[in-house]
Design a protein around this ligand. Structure first.
Ligand code: ATP
Ligand code: VIB
Length: 261
């Protein structure tokens, strides 16, 4: 019987638990910043921009604080690291963050891996990523743009199946559920759902079993060209998934906290 892996999106909560399992690094990609970026940034243990992602922090973060001085905001939201092939970051942005002490890692010699890939490797090798306390990685702006980039971002989940990577957009999150484990997914119902999906993108699944969904699977086969679970709905606060194949799990993110008036 395989071990249970627990997933909880506590990073979406205004105050996250300070336990080690919730510790995460953020990678900002080169797409519009999701509305919860300031919150994620503030609680991250490590803040990394993938190449042109630095332009987004520089240009768009001040827009979240229209009453405050843009320069003060830029000083406050300083990336620890900017890494990539450096063909999208603007020179003014590069010089600004270099002068604040951000570490810049130029890997323009590597044109075979994406900037997100490069950032994941940096975080995995970081001293903050301890054996006893592995950082989760949240990547903002990973979805809802150019399809080749989206596919590259999904591929990163498969390249590093042992690293907990969560791809985020304003509308949803996506993560890999490795077949090596059974999975318990804890939902924050005021912030997430109800729409969700289980997608066998890397390889077909002969048998997947779930609980907690409106359309549960029961030793069901899933494959592209046949059945895949899209437009499913979560019923409660706990979902379980067990499969003979790595699956993508996706759940919608609510526009507004539904517990607020
Ligand atoms: N439109 C998009 N949709 C999804 N992800 C994106 C998009 N644009 C960028 N990204 C992500 O942000 C990272 C950094 O983006 P950046 O534009 O710096 O990449 P790039 O390698 O210069 O792209 P390209 O040269 O192919 O336009 C990419 O590696 C990718 O993961
Ligand atoms: C078969 C193949 N297709 C595309 C690329 C191009 N490419 C892939 S990742 C990357 C870096 C983007 O920052 C670039 C240019 C390649 N090398 N090999």
């Amino acid at each position: 019987m395989s071990e249970v892996m627990i997933h909880s999106s506590s990073f979406l909560l205004p105050s996250i638990p300070a336990d080690e399992a919730s510790a995460y690094a953020i990678v900002v990609l080169n797409q519009n910043l999701p509305r919860f970026t300031p919150l994620l940034w503030e609680h991250a243990k490590l803040r990394v921009c993938a190449d042109g992602g630095a332009n987004r922090i520089y240009d768009e973060l001040p827009l979240f604080f229209p009453r405050e001085d843009a320069l003060l905001i830029r000083n406050r939201y300083k990336p620890d690291v900017i890494k990539g092939d450096m063909d999208s970051i603007r020179l003014d942005v590069l010089h600004f963050y270099q002068s604040l002490g951000t570490k810049v890692i130029d890997e323009s010699h590597d044109q075979d891996t994406t900037d997100l890939d490069k950032c994941i490797l940096f975080i995995r090798d970081s001293t903050l990523n301890q054996e006893t306390c592995r950082l989760q990685i949240l990547a903002t702006g990973a979805l809802g743009g150019r399809f080749d980039h989206e596919a590259g971002n999904l591929n990163v989940l498969y390249r590093y199946p042992d690293t907990r990577i969560i791809l985020l957009s304003d509308d949803c999150l996506i993560q890999l559920l490795p077949k090596t484990h059974r999975h318990e997914i804890r939902i924050q119902p005021s912030l997430q759902g109800p729409h969700c999906g289980l997608i066998p993108i890397g390889a077909p699944s002969a048998k997947t079993t779930t609980t907690g969904l409106q359309w549960d699977l029961n030793d069901t086969e899933m494959r592209f060209g046949g059945l895949i679970s899209t437009s499913n709905m979560v019923k409660g606060e706990k979902i379980t998934v067990e499969s003979d194949s790595d699956l993508l799990w996706t759940i919608s993110i609510k526009k507004q906290d539904s517990t607020r008036p």
